[in-house]
Ligand binder design. Structure first.
Ligand code: F6P
Length: 329
């Protein structure tokens, strides 16, 4: 019987985390379950930094980016001693379960705690990267795409006015989800992401040739290349320099960065966050443990927490093939 649950947001914050916290608190209140919210991710456990969360605390937060609980990565949890200590805190606070809203790195931390914790553990996928297996989409991804898209559209205006080549770097750690989606939606001429194969200074032909062909066909005109972070040694600025040198034309790099993590969550993220936050509480009450609450084909599903980061989640193979076809044409 679940009487008290803990909740925290961990890792890179994502728009919609507040909506998920709200859903957890409102659902728990409906079932007379108390909620303790830990601050700054798992660090809140080590620092006794937590608060009781009541429905009034989650009023008017659904529309806000960031997270009212704050987020962080937690070094202390990387040791066995840390995991034991965290479990002791949960037991001392008599929490029957812990809900972790975060990505697969945060879920690894949760699994470490589970080795020593008597209660139940459930994950809710919250990261802009959409690199978590067991759910079609993670909370924050849809908003990040729109933010990136807005930026790409604006860069295209100035690129068009100056007839310039721009390389726009998007986030995703080691996943091309944001880059492929925003690149397709933004009509990028080229998309560079880890799933397309590694780029090195000595194999830039596949990048350079299509730009040259476009220049021959269209003359001087704007050209947008979206690049996933970590795609090239030295980053996208170094890639822009290499391209400038190869083409003899100045190419500009624009690193979008953390702007992609902010902003008011779009409707799709608010709905997903509400559904998964509520589902997590209800499933805990049914005994769920060591699973993540995800959504596949619009169905709420449970997925083993240990498998959420086991393999690289595939980006849309159809769009990958199409993009490669038009780029090499
Ligand atoms: O996981 C979310 C994310 O924004 C990644 O896309 C990015 O690689 C990373 O976090 C950046 O982390 P930090 O905020 O620590 O620089």
């Amino acid at each position: 019987m679940i009487k008290r649950v803990g909740v925290l947001t961990s890792g890179g914050d994502a728009p919609g985390m507040n909506a998920a916290i709200r859903a957890v608190v409102l659902t728990a209140a409906a079932y007379n379950v108390d909620v303790t919210g830990f601050h700054h991710g798992f660090n809140g456990l080590f620092e006794d930094d937590y608060q009781t969360l009541l429905p009034q605390h989650v009023q008017n937060i659904i529309q806000h980016g960031g997270t009212i609980l704050k987020s962080a990565r937690c070094k202390a949890l990387q040791t066995t001693e840390g995991a034991k200590q965290a479990a002791q805190v949960l037991d001392r606070l008599q929490l029957d379960a812990l809900i972790i809203i975060g990505g697969d790195g945060s879920f690894r931390g949760a699994l470490a705690i589970a080795e020593y914790y008597q209660g139940q553990i459930i994950g809710v996928p919250g990261t802009i990267d959409n690199d978590v297996d067991g759910t079609d989409y993670t909370i924050g991804f849809a908003t990040a795409i729109d933010t990136a898209l807005d930026a790409i559209d604006k860069i295209r205006d100035t690129a068009d006015a100056f007839e310039r080549i721009f390389l726009v770097e998007l986030m995703g750690r080691h996943s091309g989800y944001i880059t492929l989606s925003a690149g397709i939606a933004g009509g990028a001429e080229q998309i560079i992401c880890p799933e397309f194969g590694a780029l090195r200074p000595d194999n830039l032909k596949a990048l350079i040739e299509p730009v040259k062909r476009a220049q021959l066909l269209r003359g001087k005109s704007s050209y947008i290349i979206v690049v996933a972070e970590n795609s090239y040694p030295g980053g996208t600025t170094a890639l822009a320099e290499a391209l400038s040198e190869a083409l003899g034309i100045e190419c500009r790099a624009c690193i979008l960065g953390h702007i992609q993590r902010g902003g008011s969550p779009v409707g799709a993220d608010r709905i997903l966050a509400t559904k998964l936050g509520a589902y997590a509480v209800e499933q805990l009450m049914q005994g769920a443990h060591l699973v993540m609450a995800g959504e596949i084909n619009q169905q709420a599903v449970l997925y083993p927490l240990s498998e959420t980061g086991a393999k690289q989640k595939q980006i849309d193979p159809y769009l990958v093939r199409w993009q490669q076809t038009i780029a090499s044409d």
